[in-house]
Design a protein around this ligand. Structure first.
Ligand code: 5RP
Length: 251
């Protein structure tokens, strides 16, 4: 019963962050859309508030939903410079470094994040962490050809596990496999991101270091916009100190 209540709460928090971020979009902008359940709420808000921008979706599921709801879709081939990318995350730390890709779409998500003038992250408050890697593994997209070799190499860094779907390797939108790697601790996200990406067979991994500009956090009192480390740490202190019930003031 308690678990159901928590899930309903986080869904409302995700929607609060998504709706607030949707207001950043202006007609005529080229906007990147990531994927996941928070981005699905963003797409719903955009369909209502901002249908006249041009959108590039990072995953087939976001593209399907955007199409269904009547957003104007364009492609990355057509626009390689984006005004804005809005995406969810699995974990965000005080430096705004992130783990993403629980849905396996991180490779394209990173491309539209890097290509955007501004990257906005939308999360519910449970995604904020002091250290990355405590709750989520790092997903690594690999070439099926190299899976066993890459798995062995990743075992020297952490605890890798091939992601399965219905008993078979899960296949990404790009036709590759995913290996999820658990780490004891991630002290330097940027270094680890680079190290994993140097391994043969790796396409890209779900660490996003230094890419997020601003974080919209949904919580019981609405949405708070975090713009820097100080705001992030204050937010954490207030919510942890006051327990789950108290909402933070606007950052
Ligand atoms: C998918 C992602 C998602 O943004 C991330 O997994 C968060 O998902 P959700 O909004 O469902 O919690 O990186 O590749």
């Amino acid at each position: 019963m308690q678990l159901i209540l928590i899930c309903v709460e986080t869904e409302t928090w995700k929607a609060a962050a998504a709706r607030e971020a949707a207001k950043l979009v202006r007609d005529g902008m080229v906007v990147g859309l990531g994927s996941g359940s928070t981005v699905a709420k963003l797409i719903e808000a955009l369909a209502e508030l901002r249908p006249d921008a041009d959108y590039i979706a990072a995953s087939s599921s976001s593209e399907r939903l955007a199409k269904e709801l009547g957003l104007k879709l364009t492609s990355f081939e057509e626009h390689q410079r984006l005004d804005l990318t809005i995406d969810g995350a699995d974990e965000v730390d005080p430096n705004f470094d992130m783990i993403k890709g629980h849905g396996g779409a991180h490779t394209r998500e990173k491309i539209i994040a890097v290509a955007a003038r501004k990257m906005v992250v939308i999360v519910d408050k449970t995604k904020l962490v002091r250290k990355l890697g405590q709750r989520f593994p790092v997903p690594v997209e690999v070439l099926p050809f190299a899976k066993d070799y890459t798995m062995k190499e990743l075992a020297a860094l952490g605890r890798p596990c091939l992601k399965l779907k219905d008993g078979d390797p899960m296949v990404t939108d790009n036709g590759n496999y995913l290996i999820e790697v658990w780490f004891k601790r991630i002290d330097n996200a940027a270094k680890l991101e680079e190290k994993i990406n140097r391994l043969p067979g790796v396409i890209d991994n779900g660490i996003f270091a230094g890419l997020a500009d601003v974080v919209f956090v949904g919580h019981e009192n609405g949405c708070t916009v975090l713009r820097d480390k100080k705001g992030f740490l204050n937010f954490l202190k207030e919510t942890e100190f006051g327990g789950q019930k108290r909402g933070p003031k606007k950052a």
